[in-house]
Design a protein around this ligand. Structure first.
Ligand code: F6R
Length: 259
């Protein structure tokens, strides 16, 4: 079962996860991070910055979860741009070691295979940060995605395009297609951190953590992974039936156990 940690705020979640990432980089300077975009991981990246002071990050490697297909990589909302702006530059990472799936139409037929191969060549992802969509997607694996899926092109559902319209001038500007790590790809990462904040994520979180394991709610794939930490605020935890147990278990967690 995933460990569920209920925190008072998104900022507190950021600190908790950033501490883990900083510790990972300290003991393994060439750690491979799985990077999410969107609003959810921003408190992590913000909390990470002061924690990396004095730590050599020149060998840290990273793989983003997804990218829009056909978007100009220099568009401010391409995930390449977002990762550069929110992660690479503020944290001082080496941009050559931080990868996003290639959404260019010219190479799209083999871009998924190329990406999975690059992750494998790096030795796999040590720590994967995940958000969850209101549809229950992780990465851009929309409902119906195979649990065995690899990095590939998907069509975004209307709900996701509406949710992401806030980053663009209008919903019409939100690309229809994306290239995303598959659920099978994500499940190969060694430690998953799934974060969610706010009431609008409560149903997806409850489904992912406590619901049946079903392709209809792709986030439920985390139940198949041996090492998952779900970090949620009170609002996102509000539909969890066993919230009291999660609080009790975390409050009584042995110090030696770690996350
Ligand atoms: C982003 C990603 C998505 C988001 C999800 C939540 O790389 O893969 O799964 O994590 O759509 O988005 P936010 O965090 O903006 O609510």
């Amino acid at each position: 079962m995933a460990e569920v940690v209920i925190v008072p705020s998104a900022a507190a979640a950021g600190v908790l996860v950033a501490d883990e990432i900083a510790a990972l980089i300290r003991r393994q300077p060439d750690a491979v991070l799985g990077l999410a975009t969107g609003s959810t991981p921003l408190p992590v990246y913000e909390a990470l910055r002061p924690r990396l002071t004095g730590i050599d990050v020149s060998r840290v490697r990273g793989f983003a979860l997804d990218e829009y297909v056909g978007i100009d990589p220099h568009h401010p909302e391409s995930y390449r741009s977002v990762i550069t702006r929110e992660v690479v530059e503020p944290l001082g990472l080496n941009p050559d070691l931080i990868h996003t799936p290639n959404g260019s139409l010219e190479t799209i037929e083999h871009a998924g295979d190329d990406y999975d191969r690059a992750i494998a060549d790096a030795g796999g992802i040590d720590l994967q940060i995940l958000g969850i969509g209101t549809s229950g997607h992780i990465g851009f694996n929309e409902p119906g995605s195979s649990f065995a899926s690899r990095t590939r092109v998907k069509t975004l559902i209307e709900q996701t395009r509406e949710d992401n319209a806030r980053f663009f001038d209008s919903i019409d500007d939100v690309p229809m297609h994306c290239i995303t790590q598959g659920l099978g790809t994500i499940l190969e990462a060694r430690h998953l951190f799934l974060l969610a904040f706010g009431e609008n994520k409560a149903a997806a979180v409850a489904g992912a953590v406590e619901g049946p394991v079903t392709a209809s709610l792709p986030g439920s794939a985390i139940q198949l992974h041996p090492h998952v930490t779900v970090v949620v605020d009170e609002a996102a935890a509000s539909q969890l039936q066993d919230a009291d147990y999660y609080r009790y278990a975390f409050a009584n967690k042995p110090d030696w156990q770690g996350l």
